[in-house]
Design a protein around this ligand. Structure first.
Ligand code: CA
Length: 237
């Protein structure tokens, strides 16, 4: 099983620590935040596989963060709500929560719910080995990349960047997330320019007009996105 990354947002110190302890597992890395502000910073700086989100937080409602997340992401979210707050539960599910647990809860139940969500996310987002997107055919397994049938040579780094973008197409990936995910091979220092250079090279190989990209677009001040293509898109596994 690959390493899974979990974000816990809970301002009750004892409960937050208890949850983290209960979920301890060699394949699970948990980050604990105590406020919405801390959670936003964590979410901007990296990617997670699951979010456990308290509703009542010192700087606002977890539901606001949930709605914000749902604008761009299908990240699985389990809400922690107070026992008597039925309205919170309804609002939570309407806001896009995948599950909820009412306090007080048993840690065994929490573990079971977390495992269910992680299993589900594994099957919902399988790795895209072979993708047909508009004029493109990207086969990451065979390292075969084509535009209108013509083969394109891509470096390892360009392949990594392309794969992250197309697997998350329609979503914005921040520069820090991309740098983090592409240059993970123990490089202590990554030139900030490396990402811009790789984007430029990839555009040169894929775009009709690299200075006016149609596919690999810049989201100013944030990062990059691969625009979602039309109905011809086909995912073959
Ligand atoms: Ca709370």
């Amino acid at each position: 099983m690959p390493m899974r990354h979990l974000l816990i947002v809970e301002d009750d110190r004892a409960l937050g620590d208890g949850v983290r302890l209960a979920l301890q597992h060699p394949d699970l890395e948990a980050v604990l935040c105590r406020s919405l502000a801390e959670a936003r910073t964590a979410l901007e700086s990296r990617t997670f596989d699951l979010l456990i989100l308290d509703v009542g937080l010192p700087d606002g409602s977890g539901l606001d963060l949930l709605r914000q997340i749902r604008q761009t992401s299908a990240l699985p979210v389990i809400l922690l709500t107070a026992n008597d707050m039925e309205t919170d539960i309804v609002a939570g599910l309407e806001s896009g929560a995948d599950d909820y647990i009412t306090k007080p809860f048993s840690l065994a139940v929490l573990r079971a719910r977390v495992n269910t969500q992680l299993r589900r996310s594994e099957t919902v987002s399988p790795p895209a080995e072979h993708l047909e997107l508009g004029p493109f055919l990207f086969d990451f397994g065979r390292m075969d990349f084509r535009k209108n049938g013509a083969p394109i040579e891509l470096s390892k780094t360009e392949q990594k960047l392309l794969r992250l973008l197309v697997e998350n197409r329609g979503r914005t990936l921040t520069r820090s997330v991309l740098v983090d995910r592409i240059w993970t091979d123990g490089a202590e220092y990554v030139d900030e320019n490396a990402l811009s250079v790789t984007v430029k090279r990839l555009r040169g190989k894929l775009e009709d007009s690299p200075s006016k990209p149609q596919y690999l677009k810049t989201v100013y001040g944030l990062g990059y996105t691969w625009t979602v293509s039309g109905p011809s898109e086909k995912l073959v596994l």
